[in-house]
Design a protein. Structure first.
Lengths: 429, 306
């Protein structure tokens, strides 16, 4: 007769232990409730890059979040609770993003996560956030997949995406500059998706892509690519190059005097990537979601608040990255206030479909959070370098603006499959 | 072939610039057997010192500052190119003094210390010059574009490649033709014997580290008008420099130069035909070379291999 591996005594002990653990922790969907109490600050985990390719943009993103948090705290917080934040560097690396998100949720007890510039990092963070049901605001990463196939119930995307910017730019550029295009694409998720969106639209408007040059992330020498462009003689180069790579590219294109011929379409131009550079580095047409000299009510006061809060920073005026960080955080906190609770599902429901008047967002058109994709549908601006700047900071000339409906990413709506509320863990932060 | 020729020229210029980047790193590893992970930060520091000298940051708004800025950019650029590497070299010397307690211990101590120093220097740069992108201006005479075979090339890049060639030659002459170079090489070969002959080994190490750091600073001044200038620009330097000296054979001067040119050509040629592989190609090159010849192209045979 064989002896049983588990004795009656062991079984009894194990049952007691499991029961005690269960009684304390409760089923998973409620086990973080014990951490919440009415006098405890609401904790926001800031998941932005402080090193790597997007370190500078990450700093700008954080300043935006901090200003929104400071404004709410001045008013007494949200639901009578102060707002606290904790930041951990995501290092512009997806693996670090996952690790940081996990730590933010399980050890720092952050109830909400905010921040991203790199789409790869944002995707990694959002997978962890969804696992725990923690609302995550992707502030500044703009790959179409973020609100498409990589969308999540807990994730809200605040930047315009590559398709939005391509829709604003491609038709005009085909008509104005010609239909023979080359694509210069950063070899990672944002670059590929943005290039795919550009290619699709280009074909729709009668243009064609003669060649796509893939540029690995971390490229500092663009000579090979620029020689290939010269050899290919395209009418237009559509560049989806981001971060430090883009800065190096701009420097080298400007040195060669290739900024005006061929025509350049740079999908989106983040303000921290060009701030302080010579104007000749700012060639071509590019997209943005906001500019500090938009002639709209509230913009001047917003800039003044920024300057009062950050008198020491080298960046004297806020840009699109700061703006997105600020808007995301402010709207998240406002959603908690409207929900009257920090329960994640209640806050998600407040954010889904939420309408934001143009005046409130300091843009030309009303915006809203698409309930299907969780992406903010907003005004998209096309800009170029300002030939007659009013001062050193006045680098952009805004060429036009598009209403959200004109630049909507329909593909994302088809691809996004949000998890159900039931499949999303629920808790009170 | 006509399509490939400009890419070969581009690869060659890039290789010479990589050689300049690797030179200081090679010197410190070869002589002191310290893998200096702060090499990239010294590279960045050299560039920021040059920026401060050209823009007269410290004396802006004073009479001297105004007078300085009224001087031609060419003169300020030349002075910056001469002085900034010296300042980077002095920082390198301070780092060497900090490194002394690690000598004779496991290499990990030196690695950790230089890694920590790199982080400190990067943060100091952020504090001193801010986090944003900066622009190191270059004189008009070497700025802009020129046509070669109907294609546009950057004048500055060609100038930088020529300058790198000159710097390589000067360093080689210094190491081969001067008594100081002979002592440095002897120190790399057998430091105990050098000490026994009455040379101050501590001073030698201090000078070598300063010289290597100065070369890193010089590479920084030369490269940032092409790459752009930001506090973490040095991060882009350490891995290529390390790869080049392993490829060329640790301690081999010409090994490092030839390896750098091979790396440049590899990037240039793959950039023409399979651009997505341009960075990967240099790692493949390393694997192939080290796979067949573990000591690198020109590395000396180990006693264990006899």
């Amino acid at each position: 007769m064989t002896k049983s591996a588990l004795t009656r005594r062991q079984l009894f002990k194990t049952s007691i232990l499991a029961g005690a653990t269960g009684a304390f922790m409760g089923p998973w969907t409620h086990n973080r409730v014990y951490a919440a109490s009415s006098d405890k600050p609401i904790k926001i985990g800031i998941t932005s890059d402080a090193s790597g390719q997007y370190a500078n943009s990450g700093a700008s993103d954080r300043r935006g979040m901090a200003m929104a948090i400071a404004e709410f705290n001045e008013k007494g917080g949200v639901l009578g609770r102060k707002i606290e934040s904790v930041h951990i560097d995501t290092e512009t690396t997806p693996a670090t993003g996952s690790r940081v998100a996990e730590r933010m949720i399980t050890r720092e007890e952050a109830g909400f996560l905010v921040g991203a510039v790199s789409s790869g990092v944002a995707n990694a963070i959002s997978q962890v956030a969804q696992k725990y049901g923690v609302i995550y605001c992707n502030t500044n990463s703009s790959s179409p997949t973020e609100s498409g196939k990589n969308c999540h119930r807990v994730k809200f995307v605040w930047d315009g995406n590559g398709t939005n910017f391509a829709m604003a730019a491609v038709k005009n550029a085909v008509e104005k500059f010609g239909n023979n295009w080359m694509l210069l694409t950063n070899d990672y998720v944002w670059g590929h998706n943005t290039a795919a969106a550009t290619r699709k639209l280009l074909e729709q408007y009668g243009g064609s892509v003669s060649e796509e040059i893939l540029v690995p992330q971390g490229t500092r020498d663009f000579s090979s690519a620029l020689l290939k462009i010269q050899q290919g003689k395209p009418d237009v180069v559509a560049a989806a190059i981001g971060g430090d790579d883009q800065k190096s590219m701009r420097q080298q294109v400007a040195q060669l005097g290739m900024g005006s011929s061929p025509a350049w379409i740079n999908n989106q131009q983040d303000w921290p990537d060009v701030y302080g550079l010579p104007l000749e580095n700012l060639f071509g047409v590019f997209g943005t979601t906001w500019y500090y000299k938009l002639d709209l009510p509230g913009v001047t006061e917003f800039v003044q608040r920024y300057q009062a809060m950050y008198p020491e920073t080298n960046m004297r005026v806020p840009g699109n990255v700061f703006y997105n960080g600020y808007m995301a955080t402010r709207n998240l906190l406002a959603a908690i206030e409207r929900a009257g609770t920090t329960n994640n599902i209640a806050v998600i429901k407040q954010l889904e479909g939420h309408k934001m008047p143009a005046a409130e967002r300091m843009q030309h058109h009303d915006a809203y959070i698409d309930p299907v994709t969780h992406q903010v549908q907003q005004s998209i601006y096309l800009a170029t370098k300002n030939a007659k700047p009013a001062d050193d900071d006045d680098m952009f000339e805004i060429l036009n603006n598009s209403a959200p409906g004109d630049v909507m990413d329909a593909g994302a709506q088809d691809e996004c499959k949000l998890e159900s509320y039931d499949d999303t863990p629920t808790f009170d932060a | 072939m006509m399509q490939l020729a400009p890419h070969l020229l581009n690869g060659l210029t890039l290789g010479l610039l990589f050689a300049l980047i690797a030179l200081g790193f090679m010197l410190i590893v070869g002589v002191m057997e310290v893998i200096n992970l702060a090499h990239g930060s010294l590279f960045a520091l050299g560039a920021y010192f040059a920026l401060a000298i050209i823009g007269a940051d410290a004396v802006a708004g004073t009479t001297f500052g105004d007078w300085w800025l009224s001087l031609p950019l060419t003169l300020r650029f030349v002075l910056a190119t001469a002085v900034a590497p010296v300042l980077a070299g002095l920082v390198g010397m301070i780092l060497e003094l900090c490194l002394r307690p690690t000598y004779g211990k496991a290499p990990l101590y030196g690695l950790l210390l230089t890694f920590g120093a790199a982080l400190v220097m990067e943060e100091l740069i952020r504090l001193g010059w801010g986090t944003g992108e900066q622009n190191l201006p270059v004189p008009q005479a070497i700025n802009g574009a020129m046509l070669i075979g109907g294609l546009i090339f950057s004048k500055y890049k060609l100038f930088a490649a020529l300058f790198a060639s000159l710097a390589i030659l000067v360093v080689w002459l210094f190491l081969e033709k001067t008594p100081y170079g002979a002592i440095i090489k002897a120190g790399a070969h057998d430091s105990e014997m050098v000490r026994a002959l009455g040379y101050d080994l501590s001073k030698l190490r201090l000078l070598v580290f300063g010289f290597g750091a100065g070369l890193a600073g010089l590479a920084g001044v030369t490269m940032v008008p092409i790459w752009g200038l930001r506090p973490h620009v040095g991060v882009d330097v350490v891995i290529p420099a390390f790869l080049i000296i392993v490829l060329g054979g640790v301690g081999s001067f010409w090994g490092a130069v030839i390896a750098a040119i091979l790396v440049g050509l590899s990037i240039g040629i793959t950039g023409a035909y399979a651009s997505a592989w341009s960075i990967m190609s240099i790692y493949i090159l390393l694997i192939v070379v080290v796979g067949f010849r573990a000591r690198g192209l020109f590395g000396k045979k180990s006693a264990l291999e006899n």
